[in-house]
Design a protein around this ligand. Structure first.
Ligand code: ADP
Length: 815
């Protein structure tokens, strides 16, 4: 700076300092406004302007002084100019009068303008923002943007005029205000919040805010940005409702699906069960069909075998009989051999018949076993001795062995045991071309059940051969009826093993076979027996030794012609002399008049029954008659409960009717030996009136009964026909008596008539008629008059059928 020549030293120095250090320009003006002195910076900007007017000052200066600093543009720059008058500065005599100071404020101004522009922009942004902007201080709004006005419907002044809580939804008010207070107090408060405000028109708007603490005019304020989320919220609510609806729908759909699934599963299970049941039924049907086919085939085979089996011995019998009866055929005929052949053929036929009867009894479930004491060793010996000759003839060795642990005496059915072992040995011999047959008898390894039964012994019997053997696939069939190994030959009806299996089953055991084709077979079976003491056997074995009775004088007290005829047919051909009495009274008279060794006493008879007659004899009421005369009582089958009464009345023994030939002969033999057998010998279990005959089988029952009746008669069909003829002859009279007794309400007469019919029907094997007659007899005995008509009618019908059946067989009434 050029120091002013007029400036006092101090002021000049001060000015110089100022002028040099001042960042703007600095100059001194004279009283006329011309430049007296200028600082270097001034000269840099304006050049040398000393003596000239300072271009930035208006032309009116200094006449019109500047009241305040003035911004003056010079070129592109802007200066702020300040003039300081002479007062207080310029001394009298100083050349200058005015101090001009100037600063280049171009940048400052530009910055200010920029700032103002920015502020305007920001304000515009805030004002035009699509969100609300509010500043709240101490519970009041101090700034709101126009969005808030639109949102609330209130103008800014209204919004800022009262506490903002008044604009909030009453339920959200407390929470929002509390947050606000916390924030202002510098306590932690959530930055974001969602709440409702109430617009002027009463509408509720949902807003989401983000707030910060800041200073507003030096006091703590809360600045918040508000987003109107009412629509969003509504969408959300709608969405929530939709989702809830959807979920409920899905849930109910799931539940119904689950239910449908459960129903389906149940249906599926039912279906599966039904399918299984159908399959089971189908399998059963297929099996039944297979069985039926097999049975049909087996029956055809059986018929073929049977006709062969019957025809062969029949041809022998007829051929031999023919030869023997022809006068010209005697030459060179070995009569002994011919008779032996006839016997052999007869025996074979009897065996066949026996098998058939066993089969039919077995199938009717009526195969019954005896229970007597026997020696197992004797059974073995019987079989060996029976088949020894045949084995020797075939060149085969036949041997038996009995284990030492087999008890000496057992109880059971020795006859059936012998039959089974015999059958197996017969088969073994039949199917063994060379080698040997061994029979073994040992104690069976005890099964748990057997071991648990005291007094029960299991036997195991084995029959081993070295024969042709049996193919594996045929083994399990050979125990069925009529089954034979294909192509094995050997004849036979295919019944033996089936019967063996049934008998072994009855004896509580099982039969099985092991075999190696070409090497041989072993049939073995187990059976259960009772333990018995030797003494039991001695007592039981005795009667078997009894020889047949010699010809006797016998009194037969029997009211039924048929029974009388049958007994006569049994006894007369065997040399016995028979006298018949038709009731007890006649019997006593006959005993008083004649000499008799035995009395056969029917129990139920008219006039005087068998019990009364027996008692009279025993009391010695019959003059000339030995009171100890043997009396064999004949009782109706099914009257076993009468057994004690009969024996108590004094009968020596008794037999159940219909009486079989063998049983009668054995009983007579025992009587003349003086043995009383009734205690040790149960009466035969055969009998047409047995309750085991199924009802309602009509002709079949009759035929089955007939076979049994025939067996009772020793297979004598002529005798059967004769007795049947007597039945045909006598039945109408018996029926008349029955009807009369019913009409006269004559109870005893009805009992007797029914009893007679029962016995007669039993003799010819009319089992159903016999059973109905028995029922009627029981009803008459019990006085059940109401039952008479129905029973009598049923009996009448059945008798008609039986008589018709007999007529069909060509049976005419006896003379
Ligand atoms: P059959 O009267 O025909 O002999 P079975 O029932 O006793 O009747 O026997 C049935 C079939 O079993 C016989 O026909 C035979 O084929 C076979 N069979 C039985 N025992 C033997 C055996 N020991 N060796 C070979 N095959 C046998």
């Amino acid at each position: 700076m050029i120091p002013s020549p007029d400036a006092p030293a101090g002021a000049a120095a001060c000015y110089a300092c100022l002028a040099d250090g001042f960042p703007g320009f600095c100059l001194l003006l004279a009283g006329d406004g011309t430049v007296v002195a200028a600082s270097p910076r001034t000269r840099e900007c304006f050049g040398d302007i000393t003596g000239r007017r300072f271009p930035l000052l208006p032309a009116t200066f200094p006449a019109t002084p500047l009241a305040a600093p003035v911004d003056m543009a010079h070129g592109a720059r802007l200066y702020r100019v300040l003039t300081v008058g002479p007062d207080g500065l310029a001394q009298a005599g100083d050349a200058w009068r005015t101090l001009v100071l100037g600063l280049d404020v171009t940048d400052l101004e530009m910055a200010r303008r920029q700032a103002a522009r920015r502020q305007g922009q920001l304000a515009a942004i805030v004002e035009n923002a699509m969100e609300g902007v509010v500043v709240a201080v101490a519970g009041r709004l101090v700034y709101v943007n126009s969005f808030m006005e639109r949102l609330t419907g209130h103008d800014a002044a209204t919004l800022c005029s009262r506490p903002f809580s008044g604009f909030l939804h009453e339920e959200d008010r407390a929470g929002v205000v509390a947050n606000h207070r916390k924030r202002l107090a510098g306590e932690p408060a959530p930055a974001g919040q969602t709440f409702r405000i109430r617009a002027r028109n009463g509408q509720v708007r949902w807003v989401r805010t983000v707030s910060r603490l800041m200073a507003w005019d030096d006091v703590p304020a809360s600045v918040s940005l508000l987003a109107d989320i009412t629509d969003q919220r509504q969408v959300q609510v709608t969405l929530d409702t939709l989702i809830r609806d959807q979920e409920a729908r899905i849930e109910s759909r799931t539940a119904s699906l689950r239910q449908a699934n459960a129903t389906l599963e149940a249906a599926n299970a039912t279906l599966t069960r039904e399918i299984e049941a159908h399959e089971h039924t189908a399998r059963k049907l297929a099996a039944a069909r297979r069985k039926a086919l097999e049975a049909t085939k087996a029956k055809s085979v059986f018929l073929a075998n049977m006709s062969h089996e019957i025809r062969t011995p029949l041809n022998v019998i007829l051929g031999m009989a023919d030869l023997l009866s022809r006068p010209d055929g005697q030459e060179g005929l070995d009569r002994g051999r011919a008779l032996a052949m006839i016997r052999e053929a007869g025996t074979s036929l009897r065996g066949l018949l026996g098998d058939l009867l066993d089969l039919s009894r077995g199938e009717a479930g009526r195969l019954a076993l005896e229970n007597v004491a026997f020696r197992p060793a004797e059974v073995l010996e019987t079989v060996l001795s029976r088949f020894g000759p045949q084995a020797a003839e075939q060149g085969l060795a036949l041997a038996g062995a009995i284990a030492p642990d087999v008890p000496m005496v057992l109880t059971g059915d020795p006859g059936r045991l012998t039959q089974v072992v015999g059958n197996l040995v017969a088969n073994a011999l039949k199917f063994t071309p060379s080698g040997r047959v061994d029979v073994t008898m040992a104690r069976a390894a005890p099964r748990r059940a057997t071991a648990a039964t005291p007094g029960v012994v299991g036997l195991r019997v084995g029959v081993r051969d070295t024969g042709i053997g049996i193919p594996p696939e045929q083994r399990r069939h050979i125990f069925e009826n009529f089954r034979q190994v294909d192509g094995a030959g050997g004849g036979g009806a295919g019944l033996g093993l089936a019967i063996c299996r049934r008998l072994v089953g009855l004896m509580g055991g099982r039969i099985r076979v092991s075999s190696q084709p070409g090497e041989g077979s072993e049939f073995s079976f187990t059976a259960r027996f009772g333990l018995a003491r030797e003494a039991t056997l001695e007592a039981a074995a005795q009667p078997v030794e009894i020889p047949p009775a010699p010809p006797l004088d016998i009194l037969l007290a029997e009211d039924s012609n048929l029974s009388a005829e049958m007994v006569a047919a049994y006894l007369v051909p065997r040399g016995h002399r028979l006298t018949r009495a038709a009731n007890g009274r006649e019997a006593l008279t006959a005993l008083a008049m004649g000499h008799f060794e035995v009395v056969l006493m029917d129990i139920r008879m008219p006039v005087l029954d068998g019990l009364a007659a027996t008692k009279a004899i025993r009391r010695g009421d019959v003059p000339g008659c030995d009171p100890a005369i043997p009396i064999l009582a004949l009782t109706a089958h099914g009257a076993r409960r009468d057994r004690d009464r009969i024996l108590a009345a004094g009968a020596t023994d008794y037999l159940a009717k219909p009486v079989s030939l063998d049983a009668l002969l054995a009983a007579l033999a025992r009587l003349v030996q003086g043995e009383k057998g009734a205690g040790g010998h149960p009466p035969p279990t055969t009998g047409a009136a047995g309750p085991e005959t199924p009802a309602g089988q009509g002709a079949e029952a009759f035929d089955a009964g007939r076979a049994e009746a025939l067996e009772n008669l020793g297979g004598d069909t002529d005798l059967y026909d004769r007795l049947a003829a007597v039945f045909v002859r006598d039945t109408p009279g018996d029926r008349r008596r029955l009807r009369r007794a019913m009409d006269d309400a004559d109870g005893p007469g009805l009992v007797l008539a029914a009893h007679t019919l029962k016995g007669n029907a039993g003799v010819i094997g009319a089992s159903r008629a016999a059973r109905l007659a028995r029922d009627l007899e029981m009803a008459a005995r019990d006085g059940r008059a109401a039952d008479f008509p129905a029973l009598a009618a049923a009996l009448g019908e059945e008798l008609d059928r039986v008589l018709a059946g007999l007529a069909d067989r060509g049976i005419a009434p006896a003379d």
